[in-house]
Every structure is written in structure tokens, then in C-alpha cells.
Design a protein around this ligand. Sequence first.
Ligand code: IPE
Ligand code: IPE
Ligand code: MG
Length: 262
Amino acid sequence: MIFNRSKSETLLDNAELDMERIPEHVAMIMDGNGRWAKKRNMPRVAGHQQGMEVVKTVAKAAAQRGVKVLTLYAFSTENWKRPEDEVGFLMKLPGRFFDTFIPEIKANNIRVEIIGEIDGVPADTKRVVLNAVEQTADNTGMILNFALNYGSRAEIVDGIKEMALAVQQGELAIDDITEATVSEHLMTAQLGALADPDLLIRTGGEQRLSNFLMWQSAYSEFIFMDTLWPDLTADIFDETLLTFQQRNRRFGGLAENNSDKK
Ligand code: IPE
Ligand code: IPE
Ligand code: MG
């Protein structure tokens, strides 16, 4: 149990993970692949390749800890600005990932989901991704949710268009549009009550959202770390869970008076 350690995030020494207070939805901005490769005088894509291996490590660690949804930012709507070679490599990664990892995904009862403009990715990429979703649809464990060709603004624009159309067609009254209505028109709606991340982690040292889950992260706890994504380990992942447990989430209300209950 952790009592009132929120001001001492670096004092992780004696703290132990409280398995009753694992964040249900963890979202991660996997950044720093290019710099990891550059440090080793390797091409940027070598960082993406190593980053893919770390996705496997983190997915297994999260599932083992009892995380219910792990959302991973794999490719943003802005990442098309990168050189063609790099984009091409990134679009081939889902194929390599699922080819090598589907057996373990199944063994760990993990269900694959996807958010993003899937119609905007190459046909081959779309096929392997949708195939992984289909092959794991009956699994009941952690949802491994890939944000692929995802952008928060595009998602919100699409949601607004859907709502506007519903209003135009007389299916939705303007006065009935609530925060819940908006959430229902975002891509994370398929996650139901788990749509909003409890914990949002960004590796690679930058402290920004880069168009990731803007609506959904309104009350997420943020952890920005300098560790580059390909250097992330299961132990470092555990440390982020511990840091999360030391935070005091108030949602605009008052502190829970040192309670160790959720
Ligand atoms: C994150 O690593 C992976 C993607 C954005 C696809 P980067 O490729 O952004 O790595 P850095 O930030 O250049 O080091
Ligand atoms: C965010 O990283 C996108 C992903 C991790 C997929 P970027 O490297 O694209 O973000 P910026 O350009 O530094 O904001
Ligand atoms: Mg980057």
C-alpha cells in the first residue's frame, strides 16, 4: 500500500505496486526511435525495428499487471510528412509485428483493436491489421489498442460531422448533445467506459501530446520520461505504474484524505 507519497515521485525505493490500483487504461506515445538509432550510428528505421520489439515487451508487461486497455501511438496523421522510405518501413511494421507476435498475443488472451483512419493506410497494412483484430476478437483479456494513422483533431472533426448529420436528419436534437454524446462519436467509443486513459506516458523527452487523445486525456495523469522508446523495459513500465499510484487524482473535487482506495 502507498500512503501519501505524491510529492516524492523519485522515492520509489521501498514502494511496492498495489495490484488493486493498477490504471485501467494506459496510453503511450512511443517516441525516440530515431534518436535511439542515431546514437548508434544506425538508420532511423533500425530504431523503429527495435521499438517494435519493445511493444511486445510492454504489451506483455501491461497484460500481466492487469491493465485493461493499452493504447499505443504508432503513427500519427502528421507522420506522413516523413521521408517516403521511413513511412514505407513504418507501414510494413504491423505485418512484421503480427507475423511474429500473434501466437503470444493469443497465449496472453490479448485482443487487438485499432483507432485511426485505417482507410488511409496502404491496402496490405490495412489487411494485416484488420486480420489481427479479427483473429483476436474473442479474447477477453487486455485490449491492445493501436493508434495508427490517428490524429485527435481529425477524430474530433469526424465526430462533429457525424453529429451534424444526425442533427440534419432529425435523429439527434442539439439540446441532447452532451459530453457523453461527443465521446460516443470518437474512435475510442469502442472501448466503452474505458475510453479515457488513466495514465498517459510519453517516452523520448518531449513534453507535448502531438495530437494524441486530446479529448480523452482531460483528466489523465501524465508521465513524460527521457528514456527513448527502444530503451523501455518492463521494470521502467512498473515504475510508471508506481508513480501513477503516488499521484492524487481529484477530478476537480477534493483530495481523498490519504485513502489508498480508488
Ligand atoms: C517515434 O519515434 C515513432 C514514430 C513517430 C512513428 P520517432 O521516429 O519520432 O523518433 P525521434 O523522435 O525522431 O527520435
Ligand atoms: C508522436 O511522435 C507520434 C507517435 C509517436 C506515433 P512524433 O515524433 O511524430 O511527434 P513530434 O513531431 O515530435 O511532435
Ligand atoms: Mg519523434
